[in-house]
Design a protein around this ligand. Sequence first.
Ligand code: NAD
Length: 357
Amino acid sequence: MTLTVTDVSLRGLVAAILEKTSAPAAEAKAVADHLVDANLMGHDSHGVQLIGRYVDHIQKGLCKPGTRVSCVNDAGAILQFDGGRGFGIVVGREAMQAAMARCKTTGVVLMTLRHAHHIGRVGAYAEMALAEGLVSIHFVNVVDHQPMVAPFTGRDARFGTNPICIGIPGTARTAPFLLDMATSAVALGKVAVARQAGTSVPDNAVIDAAGQPTTDPAKYFGPPQGALLPFGLHKGYGLMLACEMLAGALSGNGTIQPETPRLGGIVNNMFSFVVDPARLGDGAKIHHEFDELIAYLKDAPTMTGEAVVIAGEPEAKTRDIRIRLGIPLPPGTVAELENAAIASGLGYNALKDLKKL
Ligand code: NAD
């Protein structure tokens, strides 16, 4: 049965599990907040259902709580960091904060972060920049575990779900633009949910182990394992490969090619630009252009009768709803939380503190 709970009580439970698993209190809170915020925004695949994996990775030494980001190259508008397998959510924030501070003097910063444990929902880093009126662009690759996504025309998996994110500040009339997406046609978490629910996945999203298209989510998992497909045929595949080259190679860590170790954790590398739009000319004119562009799009006739959607709107809407009505936790996620609470030593009873709605 689905359990619907308040975000506040869920934050407390996840932080307690992480603290019990050796995370310093401030880090446990930051990671819990990030995961619960992902749930609030409707990205359940990047929410608290990850807690079991985080606990497992900490216990195996594949994620190292208490690790600070270290700067490996400080060269004006270029800043490069190593995350040392620390919580990606912690070292990612530290690297972003440094890039945003530097952007105040340089106007533009290229920041790379290598060797961070899972950085979670990439939109969170763009939101940090948006809060200071900054544009940001992020390319991310995923290493340390088995590939999940096939290259265009390929018959087996050779990539992670390599996300790309672009945040552009809004105006008094227009909400910020926040495009935050995996380069796979669907997130792996959504395939897992479809398998659990006995439903299909969309066309052109999954191939089976023989490389044949399928809408059966179980064919992804096998064994033998199938693969997800990139979104948008060769175009998504091109962007997915760009993530490997930019985030994997230029960060100095590694791409998903087999020489890069696969220890069974999740390691993200990120290649980000941070730009101060105030350096680019007449702010009033730029804002006018944004406002008129979005009004023009919103005025488009649609097939659904509803106005076209701008990236970032679905998440903002879901957040409003879930803050009021709670976060639904399907049985699989409740089981993840129970198992993680037990594995951490906190115990199963900790779930009693969840406030139901
Ligand atoms: P998604 O497909 O739900 O949304 C992608 C983007 O499309 C969002 O910006 C959303 O606002 C926008 N959008 C949604 N519906 C729209 C519509 N009807 N019209 C216009 N725009 C619309 O997201 P996803 O690809 O499943 O990614 C989910 C999350 O997973 C992201 O936060 C991403 O950063 C994260 N992720 C992280 C990793 C990692 O390794 N850290 C890997 C993959 C994905």
